[in-house]
Design a protein around this ligand. Structure first.
Ligand code: ADP
Length: 465
């Protein structure tokens, strides 16, 4: 679908709260046509939804509140999505295919209905607004340029159909072309452009609108690897120059890490963590985030915990400090409390039922098991999951004990090796700077940066430390 069809041109935003309460008569008609609710009811609904302070202002420029999406075939694609996006932020939704990224983006664009929850854009309740009333510009993976039009006309088209003055259109197109360094191609047709240039035209078409929010759905995934890296930095520069609030969807963790002000990691329709790239890298909230972000992925090893000491397979021991012991005890004390609360809430639900409910009984049994394990973890030795990133393993003696490993695979990337070894049945990967040649079958000594270790609970998979 061409972007031109989706976006309203540089429309002056109506005063915030007044707009939410008082729709202009034409808008009322549009809402009514889209929605079989009588106009008075729509008006009433809008009155109720006047923006509370927290949904307003620069810190909540785009605000998603408890958003669910259930498709017609009863597939729930998004569960209770909550996020306040600051004005000018560059937000990246990242996660594996099918985790609900595009669905969420399309709900923000108005291309999918919101099943439950609220969407606020610049202080206005926007669930019922048509895509073109949301003042949003969208760039897709497919550039969707008009093949018979020149680059200039492709960029000008959306403004022309909205009857902007010719001089204003010309000014905006030339300015966008300059920013994107495509001024010399304005007279060309898309077929005479490379993939990267076409994607720039698609970006240009979005830029000329001066929209409130830019939405980008995997805009680089059609490009080859080299061009993707180049366009990545161009989009970052573009964001620096325009400072437009941007929401960018990708399955590529490197794009997320390199481009985002804040990353939203998703899995199976649920937000796993929201944070800056550094926060997400340093303190992943759970095992999924830990292994999804970072390349090669974090090494994950089974281990046991006993009074502040981590015992790895093969008799290796890691002693973590007092801080870790405190975090461990606080984690399990909290988990005991959470389990008890959840158990009580489910028991209450069951008590109100006339017949038995297998799903609730199963959930209850799971919670009781988790509670027992959490209580035991506060008393004595128990299983934990130990995570260490490949870059936190050094050659030679470092912070921790030195292990001799046999090199199973040595991948040379230029300035460093990815060295694989069998570590108690696990393929352990270490990033070792190139100082000497490393070959398959070599034995080398490595040590972990113990202070960079990540510890997770095997039951909930949440981060302990
Ligand atoms: P992502 O963008 O993360 O790859 P999507 O948002 O496209 O994921 O899809 C999330 C889930 O919703 C998937 O299970 C997908 O199959 C399902 N889904 C997407 N679009 C539709 C649709 N139009 N009807 C039914 N299910 C859909």
């Amino acid at each position: 679908m061409p972007t031109a069809e989706i976006i309203e041109p540089n429309k002056k935003a109506a005063p915030k709260k007044a707009a939410a309460k008082k729709a202009a008569p034409e808008k009322e008609k549009e809402v009514k046509e889209e929605n079989p609710i009588p106009a008075e009811a729509v008006e009433e609904k809008k009155e109720e939804k006047a923006a509370p302070e927290a949904h307003n202002g620069d810190d909540a420029y785009v605000s998603l509140r408890h958003i669910d999406k259930v498709y017609d075939n009863n597939v729930q694609a998004v569960f209770d999505f909550n996020l306040d996006i600051k004005r000018h932020e560059f937000i990246v939704f990242v996660g594996p295919s099918g985790c609900g990224k595009s669905t969420t983006l399309r709900m923000i664009a108005g291309l999918e209905d919101i099943t439950r929850g609220e969407l606020w854009i610049d202080g206005e309740y926007s669930n019922d607004r048509t895509p073109k009333d949301r003042d949003i510009a969208m760039v897709f993976q497919s550039y969707a340029l008009y093949p018979h039009m020149t680059v200039y006309n492709n960029m000008a088209f959306g403004l022309k159909i909205r009857h902007l003055p010719r001089a204003e259109i010309d000014r905006r197109v030339r300015e966008a072309a300059k920013i994107l360094q495509i001024s010399e191609y304005l007279d060309r047709k898309p077929k005479a452009l490379s993939g990267g240039q076409r994607q720039r035209v698609a970006l240009g078409r979005a830029i000329v609108r001066n929209a409130k929010v830019f939405l980008m759905d995997e805009p680089l995934s059609n490009l080859d690897a080299k061009l993707r890296v180049q366009m990545r930095s161009e989009i970052i520069k573009l964001h620096e120059a325009l400072n437009a609030t941007t929401i960018y969807v990708t399955h590529d963790q490197t794009e997320a890490m390199t481009m985002a002000s804040r990353i939203v990691v998703m899995k199976l329709g649920r937000v796993q963590q929201v944070g800056s790239p550094i926060e997400i890298y340093n303190k992943p909230a759970n095992l999924f985030v830990a292994t999804f972000i970072g390349s090669p992925a974090m090494n994950v090893l089974k281990a046991t915990y006993d009074k502040g000491v981590i015992n790895l397979l093969g008799g290796h021991k890691i002693t973590l400090g007092k801080e870790f012991v405190e975090a461990h005890d606080a984690f399990y004390a909290q988990d005991v409390e959470d389990c008890k609360k959840e158990i009580a809430s489910i028991q209450e639900k069951i008590a109100t039922l006339k017949s038995t409910d297998a799903a609730l009984e199963k959930e209850l049994a799971g919670l009781r098991e988790r509670l027992a394990k959490a209580e035991a973890a506060l008393q004595g030795p128990h299983d934990i999951v130990f995570g260490i990133r490949p870059e936190d393993i050094n050659e030679g003696k470092g912070e921790g004990e030195e292990y001799n490993i046999r090199v199973a695979v040595a991948e040379l990337l230029g300035h460093e090796y990815y060295v694989h070894t069998d570590f108690g049945g696990i393929d352990l990967v270490a990033k070792i700077p190139l100082t000497h040649e490393i070959k398959i079958g070599d034995t080398i000594g490595v040590s972990f940066n113990d202070s960079k270790a990540h510890i997770f609970d095997p039951v909930t998979e949440k981060r302990i430390y």
